[in-house]
Design a protein around this ligand. Structure first.
Ligand SMILES: Nc1ncnc2c1ncn2[C@@H]1O[C@H](COP(=O)(O)OP(=O)(O)OP(=O)(O)O)[C@@H](O)[C@H]1O
Ligand SMILES: [Mg+2]
Ligand code: NA
Length: 621
């Protein structure tokens, strides 16, 4: 336009500043909106980076100083205290718990709301906290002992996975492998643990959290793609129309020369460019109003307004946590109306993740009821059954033994001497707590094994722990090999119904009906089984287990394989039905989602979860 106005290249009949001014205003406004967005993000970054952590200075006194998160570097040794967030990825060297464990809350990273158990490396925890003299390791003492500690930690190059980690720690002559359970991740929070001492292995861009968040690809909303495409069509059409006009003009212009009001001089003014190009440009400029230049701007204003309405919507405000809905990427707001599938996590998202044992199936009978009363209601019926026959009593004890012994719950005593359980799995927490009410209370772990106080017995029983086959989502089961006080060795297993059915002894009928009863009521089911292990098998298995535990490559697969070898021909002793209530408002939300014609998929590891039991109204998926 400018060239058309001020040079003799071609004729321009529209003043360039009329369009230019409009463009300028709109571009400035867009830039302001984008800048405000960026500023908010920048401020959040600055806030994160200026938080402080305690760094230990390895001087004579081993004092600690405050450092800004931004200044934490690899090799620093940090103290993180209860409820603190980790500023970088750390290897746990020691923790306030006797066995060196600590719990972390990982919801910010993987959305799972149950606590995860992490472990200190054994050699460092022993060196820093061993023989503390009291029940609980002391922070000051551990820090003071750090000075005499000499070793080397080798970690693999930074990568994305938040579930795996490989490395080793060498101290003197001992070399210990490091794995995911030793690594505390940036973005997660310390829970139920008063302190940990950790060595920084990855910071900033190298931390698992940052690696895991995909590189921020420019997120184009669908509508932007559509607009960009229609823009091309519009420009194409404009070119074409200009070309047609150009051809018509050049071919027929002579006929108009005698019209004085079009050509006052009887001839057109000459232009510099070849005629057919010059007039094409003239027409192109003339038709420039076809281009909707204000469209992008209108869209951005709409986006900003929509984001504002989302943020200030009182119906999406949660009073308990004092948080409102937040639109992080404003240009994606209108996508909300175009969603056709919703994928939801189940435990902790649709359900409250507050679990309670409600029903127990033992030897053909079901104890307990689902209902409004809290807790397990089958205690009386169970006591009566025990008195009726010794067989029934033995069957009941068989289930309770599996539930009270086969788990990874940790037990601590609070100031009043009351037992307090801490668990990685909310199911196990519920089960172990219910067992305490039913006369099989788990009272703690020692170096020898775990102790259980049985109501029908004087004194407490100690089960020597010979092996633990950990729960993984792929295995869907968990088992322990223990030596009872009487000297017998047993394998105690609990797991998902489908896998337990495959592992059960074929000669025995599988209690399928009760499983279905529980599943219909929307209860989470677990099947318990056991098998007597004789010394010969135990010796062979323990050798394999030790080998798998020390394997550097793919330890998890090796351990699962060894576990498979022993978890077979199980005697099924019972089924539990655990209730996990739906979150408030979930039913309503699901009904509305269905009314909107959106399909809902629930993602879960559980096979039997079909429709939640709801007060009166049934939900159909
Ligand atoms: N601690 C445990 N011990 C033994 N078996 C378990 C344990 N926790 C879960 N299971 C079994 O393994 C299955 C898979 O567990 P997973 O944690 O992958 O999914 P989930 O707990 O059912 O649901 P979600 O995906 O919401 O966590 C469960 O359905 C359950 O049957
Ligand atoms: Mg689970
Ligand atoms: Na112009």
């Amino acid at each position: 336009m400018f060239l058309g106005n001020y040079t003799p290249l071609f004729h321009g009949f529209i003043q360039f500043y009329s369009t230019f001014l409009a463009l300028l205003i709109m571009m400035t406004a867009s830039a302001v909106i984008a800048a405000l967005d960026d500023k908010r993000r920048h401020e959040a970054d600055k806030k994160t980076n200026s938080q402080t952590a305690h760094r230990i200075l390895l001087t004579d006194t081993c004092s600690s100083e405050d450092v800004r998160w931004a200044d934490v570097v690899v090799g620093d040794i940090l103290i993180i205290e209860g409820e603190g967030e980790f500023p970088a990825d750390l290897v746990v060297l020691a923790s306030s718990s006797e066995a060196g464990g600590c719990y972390v809350y990982t919801a910010n990273l993987d959305g799972e709301s149950n606590l995860k158990l992490k472990e200190s490396t054994a050699c460092t925890h022993q060196a820093l906290c061993g023989n503390a003299g009291t029940d609980r390791p002391l922070l000051d003492q551990a820090v003071a002992r750090l000075r005499s500690l000499e070793g080397e930690v080798v970690a693999e190059p930074p990568k994305k996975s938040i579930h795996s980690f490989k490395g080793f720690i060498e101290m003197g002559s001992s070399k210990e492998p490091l794995e995911a359970k030793n690594l505390l991740l940036r973005g997660t929070v310390l829970k139920n643990t008063s302190w940990i001492i950790g060595l920084v292995v990855y910071t900033g861009q190298d931390s698992r959290m940052v690696r895991n968040s995909r590189a921020p690809k420019a997120k184009y909303a669908n509508i932007e793609k559509v607009i960009n495409r229609s823009m091309l069509v519009v420009v194409g059409a404009q070119c074409l129309i200009s070309l047609i006009s150009d051809i018509l003009y050049v071919c027929t212009r002579e006929r108009f020369y005698n019209l004085w009001y079009l050509f006052p001089g009887g001839q057109s003014q000459s232009i510099l460019l070849p005629e057919w190009i010059g007039y094409w440009l003239t027409f192109f400029v003339l038709y420039s109003n076809l281009m909707p230049i204000s469209l992008y701007f209108t869209m951005e204003v709409c986006n900003a307004a929509q984001a504002y309405f989302i943020k200030s919507d009182l119906q999406m405000y949660d009073e308990v946590q004092d948080t409102a809905a937040n639109a992080r990427t404003t240009n994606l707001c209108h996508e909300l109306g175009q969603v056709s599938y919703v994928f939801s996590d189940k435990t902790g998202t649709l359900t409250q993740n507050v679990m309670e044992l409600k029903r127990l199936s033992v030897a053909g009978a079901i104890y307990g009821e689902t209902g409004e009363e809290p807790g397990f209601q089958g205690k009386l019926a169970m006591a009566r059954a025990r008195q009726m026959s010794a067989d029934k009593a033995a069957a009941i004890d068989a289930v309770l033994e599996v539930l009270a012994v086969s788990h990874t719950v940790v037990c601590t005593k609070d100031r009043n001497g009351k037992l307090k359980y801490e668990a990685e799995s909310p199911d196990e927490f519920a089960l172990v707590e219910a067992m305490a009410g039913l006369g099989w209370s788990f009272t703690g772990r020692t170096n020898q094994g775990l102790t259980v106080q049985v109501a029908t017995d004087p004194g407490s029983r100690t089960y020597e722990l010979l092996g633990l086959n950990a729960f993984t989502s792929a295995r869907k089961r968990q088992s322990v090999v223990v030596r009872r006080p009487s000297g017998e060795v047993v394998l105690l297993v609990k797991g998902a119904d489908d896998v337990m059915q495959k592992l059960a002894d074929r000669k025995q009928p599988f209690p399928e009906e009760h499983l279905q009863v529980f599943a219909k009521q929307g209860l989470r089911t677990l099947v318990m089984g056991r098998r007597r292990i004789y010394e010969e098998e135990l010796r062979r298995w323990q050798a394999d287990f030790a080998k798998a535990q020390n394997s550097m490559e793919d330890r998890e697969a090796a351990l699962a394989e060894v576990a498979d070898r022993i978890e077979r021909s199980l005697e099924v002793v019972g089924i539990t039905g655990i209730e996990d209530k739906l979150q408030v408002g979930v039913e309503d939300a699901i009904v509305k989602i269905r009314q909107a014609g959106v399909k809902l998929w629930v993602l879960t590891g559980e096979t039997s979860w079909k429709r939640p039991r709801t007060s009166g109204s049934a939900l159909v998926f």
